[in-house]
Design a protein around this ligand. Structure first.
Ligand code: FAD
Length: 461
């Protein structure tokens, strides 16, 4: 079979590219190693077992778009799309992403902004910068509904191939590519869009090695998840449910991530590792808690994916001890420092009851000094901002992480060193968020959909 465009990966980046190509009735095949939407297990039932990267929760039609579905429209965080296409165009593209979402049902939830000029000024005095965004937070149920609408629209003219990986990609001397799928089927394509997200890292690394595509450095964010008394951050959460703060310390930059007022700390499994994650109270039927949690991430950069993975497994694997062990400590003990005891009988007396089972220990003996220092300095600055001491019962859980794809060298059109092979979304290393991944797909889809047909064979299904 021959196609004008083969999109490998049906996450947000691939889908937004496909929607643009479909508008101009271009001939497209989407290949995804995961299942089609209806066959994916609903992510709201906590799928915490197994290797999350390969479970239904992470792969298949919609990719990671079926997770929290929080679309942040900003250049302040979530990737470097603005470096690639310019500040203004990046924001315009994200605006277009939102329009596409709302015409597919996302208007059931309101957009909100986290911009608060008064807070921004106060935060600056305390040593923070506030990262602002406009947000449309779909949540898991609405995300699924929107992605179902995408699928219904695409399936009319787009071919799909699920639960399949591409074994070999061979550029042809006359232009275009030959793809051999896992089951031996051969597909020809004029143009390939790589859109495999982070879950396709290993596959992409292999293909890049074979095709001679250069890869850049790999980023890994690691940090403690902090569970506080729910009413402590009222001063900075007057206008929104999340405020993103960045603190620049000596030799590090620390940024808050995934703030969940009234939420729980839950276990996530990724890359065969167990980590504390945040869950929004709206994701549960049993209501909210008296706590608030977020992670304080500190990024590190490594020359290769292998080195980044090694560091991640060293740090988190050591804490896990071959099982799903999460280590934790009370702030009062971390500040002293001496090890926290497990809660035992004083559980009821505590002002902050942990929402995740963890082993209370001395974090200084398990967590690299950088993350301890960053957390303590951040919390000192936070006290200056909220003008009250942080509850000493505050719990620090080790270690949360966010994994990135190594960058791929592309031009301003997201085209790799191999002509007619594009890399969009998180697998390009340029984006790290739903909105920017979708925007990169929309941008490339738009560019390519208006180009003249390249093939010599008339396109007909
Ligand atoms: C738990 C979690 C929650 C998140 N929540 C948010 C959030 O609320 N807001 C936000 O902005 N960002 C969030 N992110 C980040 C965000 O999900 C990603 O930045 C975004 O999904 C990237 O889109 P993508 O299309 O590039 O990749 P993905 O969404 O990962 O899609 C990649 C697709 O490629 C397929 N694939 C992978 N390898 C292959 C292969 N070899 N062959 C064929 N198909 C393949 C996968 O099955 C998948 O469908 C979250 C990330 C995680 C891990």
């Amino acid at each position: 079979m021959r196609y004008e465009f083969v999109i490998i990966g049906a996450g947000v980046a691939g889908i937004f590219a496909a929607l643009e190509l479909k508008k101009k009735r271009r001939q497209v095949l989407m290949i995804d190693k995961g299942k089609m939407l209806e066959d994916r297990v609903c992510p709201c039932g906590q799928n915490t077992e197994g290797n999350g990267d390969t479970g239904d929760k992470y792969i298949g039609f919609g990719g990671l778009g079926l997770s929290e579905g929080k679309f942040n429209y900003t250049n302040d965080f979530g990737g470097d799309l603005a470096h690639q296409v310019g500040d203004e165009q990046a924001l315009e593209l994200m605006n277009d992403v939102d329009q596409v979402l709302t015409t597919h049902g996302a208007n059931r939830t309101e957009m909100y902004t986290t911009y608060d000029p008064e807070l921004t000024a106060l935060a600056q005095e305390a040593g923070f910068s506030v990262l602002s965004t406009k947000t449309r937070h779909l949540g898991t149920d609405l995300s699924r509904m929107v992605f179902r609408a995408f699928y219904e629209e695409l399936k009319v003219e787009t071919d799909f191939c699920f639960q399949t990986e591409v074994h070999t990609i061979t550029p042809q001397a006359a232009g275009g590519f030959q793809l051999i799928l896992e089951d031996g089927e051969v597909v020809s394509a004029d143009t390939i869009l790589l859109a495999t997200g982070r879950s396709g890292n290993e596959w992409l690394a292999r293909q890049c090695d074979i095709l001679g595509i250069q890869r850049g450095e790999t980023r890994v964010d690691l940090g403690l998840r902090i569970e506080m008394r729910g009413n402590q951050l009222q001063a900075i959460l007057r206008h929104s449910v999340e405020t993103k703060l960045r603190y620049e310390g000596h030799g590090y930059s620390a940024t808050t991530y995934c703030m969940n007022p009234r939420g729980r700390v839950i276990l996530k499994k990724q890359e065969g590792l167990a980590m504390p994650d945040g869950q929004n109270y709206r994701e549960r039927k049993d209501g909210g808690t008296a706590n608030l949690n977020f992670t304080l991430f500190v990024p590190s950069f490594f020359p290769s994916l292998a080195e980044a993975d090694r560091y991640l497994h060293d740090v988190v694997g050591t804490i896990n001890r071959g099982r799903s062990r999460i280590a934790a400590q009370r702030l009062r003990d971390l500040r002293k420092p001496r090890s926290s005891h497990s809660l035992g009988s004083d559980r009821e007396a505590c002002s902050i009851i942990p929402t995740l089972d963890a082993e209370f220990t001395d974090l200084r003996s398990e967590v690299p000094e950088l993350y301890i220092r960053a957390t303590l300095e951040f919390l000192d600055a936070l006290e200056r901002l909220i003008r009250e001491p942080i509850d000493q019962e505050t719990i620090l859980y080790a270690m949360d992480s966010k994994l990135y794809s190594p960058g791929i060298k592309t031009n301003e059109r997201f085209e790799t060193q191999i002509p007619r092979m594009f890399a969009i979304g998180d697998c390009s290393g340029t984006t790290h968020s739903l909105s920017q991944a979708a925007a990169s797909g929309l941008y490339v889809g738009r560019l390519l959909s208006t180009e003249p047909h390249l093939g010599k064979i008339p396109w007909a299904f």
